[in-house]
Ligand binder design. Structure first.
Ligand code: HEM
Length: 419
């Protein structure tokens, strides 16, 4: 009889759940590369977290994402410590968004907004995205040659786009920004504000999201329009309205998933362009390259750091036997630097021919619903900004957000000359 022994926990795997580790991308990527080479399905243990397997190779992240029959999304799909979920439990909030459910139920929920995100529908959004991009590119002039491109332009731009998709007034932007940062950036001391710890911030944030979206639902039921809020407010599953909790989480997932993600792709992607002046010059001279540049920016930044899946049966993944009930973390930034798939993966290269194999948007049944919107946002703002400047340079060291879930460059000091 063979006895199966668990491999020892690999300390290097702590990079996937340590918020500060993401603020130092060079060290992070060196460690992830070591894991891909030496321990691609690594057991990770940390106090206050469920033990999990960190999956770092492209092929294995693909397999976990595609085998949704074995690897389920659950209420704990977003990687987080036990206490974060215990608190939600205590206050009676069960995460129930698209990323938290699986199977038939997930398909029926996804159906509620699927048409809204189909390529033809998304194409219709282009004039609105163009207008917003032009408006925010105009702000370069107001800043007079130097600004924090991330905080001053990119973050409010992506926020405005998602708000316009929803159809909510500009006057609510500051509140939405505070709410999304409270939920996704809660571990970052800069976003704690008056709260003593991340958990009280999250608790407060969810409650405020609830109030905000409850009144939006009432409004769109009374006065339906053609915006996304109307689709969610009036969404039905099998002829029944979405449950209150399900509706709340539907709003939250679109508002949050559609905002910070895209802004980090833009800020980190533009940082990479600024560090590669030849490539910046190429897009500058040939705006047709903006689409290819956007794809590489999204591969390079991988703003969603990981998701957690839960095995429903035993499954062999590479050399490791994953057991029923085990948690598996899919590392998108690591998969996107796998040299088995990407030529010279540590090099930012807008001319690469393999960028379309990026896993930044996941894959399989949970594949990012907003990927087409995100791609349009990135290439449109990039084109609009480059259309305004004759020179664009880094004016200081960028700083990175400290979050293990969605993160990237949060301050991007630049100097520029207008055309
Ligand atoms: C660069 C920007 C973005 C990145 C990197 C990103 C990444 C992701 C990832 C990794 C997933 C999970 C995929 C999986 O589990 O296989 C996801 C799901 C999702 N994303 Fe995005 N996303 C981005 C932008 C957006 C935008 C703009 C929206 C909405 C307008 C959006 C809405 C969603 C939704 C609703 C889901 C849940 C889909 C499901 O579980 O069925 N995302 N995204």
């Amino acid at each position: 009889m063979t006895t199966i022994t668990e491999p020892p926990a690999d300390e290097r795997g702590l990079i996937f759940i340590t918020p500060t580790a993401f603020a130092d991308p060079t060290t992070w990527h060196e460690t992830a590369a070591e894991l891909r080479r030496e321990n691609p399905v690594a057991r990770v243990e940390s106090d206050g977290w469920p033990p999990f397997w960190a999956v770092t190779r492209h092929a294995d992240v693909l397999e976990v994402s595609r085998r949704s029959d074995v690897f389920h999304n659950t209420g704990r799909s977003a990687p987080g410590p036990d206490i974060q979920y215990d608190i939600l439990d205590v206050i009676g909030i069960q995460p129930r968004s698209l990323v938290h459910i699986h199977g038939e139920l997930h398909q029926r929920h996804r159906q509620v907004t699927n048409d809204w995100f189909k390529p033809a529908a998304v194409r219709r959004l282009q004039p609105a995205i163009d207008a917003i991009a032009e408006e925010f590119a105009d702000r370069l002039a107001a800043h007079g040659g130097e600004c924090d491109l991330a905080a001053d332009i990119i973050v409010p731009f992506t926020l405005r786009v998602i708000m316009s998709i929803y159809g909510v007034p500009e006057s609510d932007e500051a509140l939405m920004l505070e709410l999304t940062q409270g939920l996704f950036g809660a571990a970052d001391p800069e976003y704690l504000g008056d709260f003593s710890d991340p958990l009280s911030l999250i608790t407060n944030t969810v409650a405020r999201f609830q109030d905000y979206f409850d009144s939006m639902t009432a409004d769109r039921r009374a006065h339906p329009t053609d915006d996304l809020a109307t689709v969610i407010a009036n969404g039905e599953i099998d002829g029944e309205p979405l449950g209150e909790n399900e509706r709340l989480w539907y709003y939250i997932i679109v508002a949050t998933a559609g905002h910070d993600t895209t802004s980090y792709a833009l800020s980190g992607g533009i940082e990479a362009l600024l560090r590669n002046p030849d490539q910046l010059a190429a897009v500058h001279q040939n705006p047709e390259l903006a689409g290819a540049a956007a794809e590489e920016m999204i591969r390079w930044t991988s703003p969603v750091r990981s998701f957690m899946r839960w095995a429903q049966s035993d499954h062999q993944l590479g050399d490791v036997l994953i057991r029923e009930g085990d948690a598996v973390l899919t590392s998108y930034p690591s998969a996107n630097r796998d040299d088995a798939v990407f030529a010279d993966p540590m090099r930012f290269d807008i001319h690469r021919t393999d960028a379309d194999r990026l896993l930044s948007f996941g894959l399989g049944v949970h594949y990012c619903l907003g990927s087409q919107v995100a791609r349009r946002e990135v290439r449109t703002l990039l084109s609009a900004l480059l259309g305004r400047v004759s020179r664009l340079e880094l004016a200081g060291e960028p700083t990175y957000a400290e979050s293990h879930f969605v993160s990237g460059v949060k301050h991007l000091p630049v100097s520029y000359s207008l055309r």
